[in-house]
Ligand binder design. Structure first.
Ligand code: 0X9
Ligand code: ZN
Length: 307
């Protein structure tokens, strides 16, 4: 099987980042945006395939949650597709002609690496940082952003899976992402975060049941993206605001990016719907990634059309 149809260790992913950059010097740049609590580097790939002056940008992150292995696999898949099919596939060409793409393949490298060390650690979700007043390890990075931080749907207890951390952006991983987005908010129009599982396409808000200001527009875009996935791949994705579609969950990256001013902000939950759950077999990678790719492309084209 080819490289993109397998899961990869963090070391392999770092090697892939380096090789992809070296082999595409004119089109791919690696940006070091910070490091994890265990001091692993956080690399963002910038895809810029066309040097038009007025280009906007989109952001995609993968691997916030350690055990969701299909998520980093998607980021690699997306980069490969962009580089291989620019000037071949109409949709990816239109997107890259209008936008630069920032991709963070593994937002939580410490957690991801930990899930690769022993089968007993495979279900780890959080990062690996120590707490001041507890022996329990790890912060849920998708509860650590400054968006109604640590209210209902997250926990101040370090021993839970949804621990919000000591304060907003207490974790170097979330702080690095937030700093990068803050400094690029004038160009980034679209924020996408990739998780698994349960096949959903979510948008703000997740921290409140109130509707976002452009709720109807987000709903329309999500409807179109999930319809396309259904038509092409016969997979059903539910869609809607996070709080109404899954649960209240404050401190998430999507809500935070939205409030920063990135009015198109989405979280994908990839395959499956619970049969394998986080342990999605590698043979399912192509379909899972192609579905998400169709969804992301549909969203990006809509955003280009609107802005
Ligand atoms: O709970 C989460 O962080 C995400 N689901 S997961 O099963 N992958 O953990 C959903 C995130 C939705 N967005 C926000 N809660 N902001
Ligand atoms: Zn997740």
């Amino acid at each position: 099987t080819n490289f993109y149809e397998r899961y990869h260790s963090l070391e392999d992913i770092y090697y892939w980042i380096n090789r992809t950059t070296q082999e595409n010097l004119a089109r791919v740049k690696t940006i070091l945006i910070g490091s994890s609590s265990e001091k692993r580097p956080l690399y963002v790939l910038k895809l810029s395939l066309n040097d038009r002056a007025d280009k906007k940008a989109m952001w995609i992150d993968c691997g916030i949650h350690a055990r969701e292995w299909i998520s980093p696999a998607f980021c690699l898949w997306f980069v490969q597709h962009s580089l291989a099919f620019y000037d071949v596939n109409q949709d990816i060409t239109d997107i890259l002609d209008n936008m630069d793409i920032y991709i963070l393949p593994v937002l939580n490298p410490d957690g991801y690496s930990y899930t690769w060390t022993h089968y007993t650690n495979r279900m780890w979700r959080k990062n690996r940082s120590a707490s001041m007043n507890s022996d329990c390890i790890g912060v849920d990075l998708n509860r650590n952003f400054d968006a109604n931080w640590c209210t209902e749907g997250s926990s101040p207890n370090p021993c839970t899976e949804i621990y919000c951390g000591a304060f907003p952006e207490s974790e170097p991983e979330t702080h690095a992402v937030a700093e990068f987005l803050r400094s690029h908010k004038d160009t980034i129009q679209l924020y996408v975060s990739i998780h698994s599982y349960s096949q959903m396409l979510l948008f703000p808000y997740s921290y409140t049941v109130e509707e976002a200001e452009n709720h109807n527009e987000l709903l329309e875009i999500a409807k179109e993206a999930t319809e396309k996935i259904r038509r092409y791949y016969r997979s059903n994705y539910r869609y809607g605001s996070g709080a109404k579609t899954i649960y209240l969950a404050p401190g998430g990256s999507d809500d935070w990016a939205y409030n920063l001013g990135i009015k198109y902000s989405f979280t994908f939950e990839l395959q499956d719907r619970g049969h394998y759950g986080f342990l999605l077999p590698p043979s399912h990678i192509p379909k899972a990634c192609n579905e998400a790719l169709t969804g992301v492309k549909t969203i990006a084209l809509k955003v280009i059309e609107k802005t």
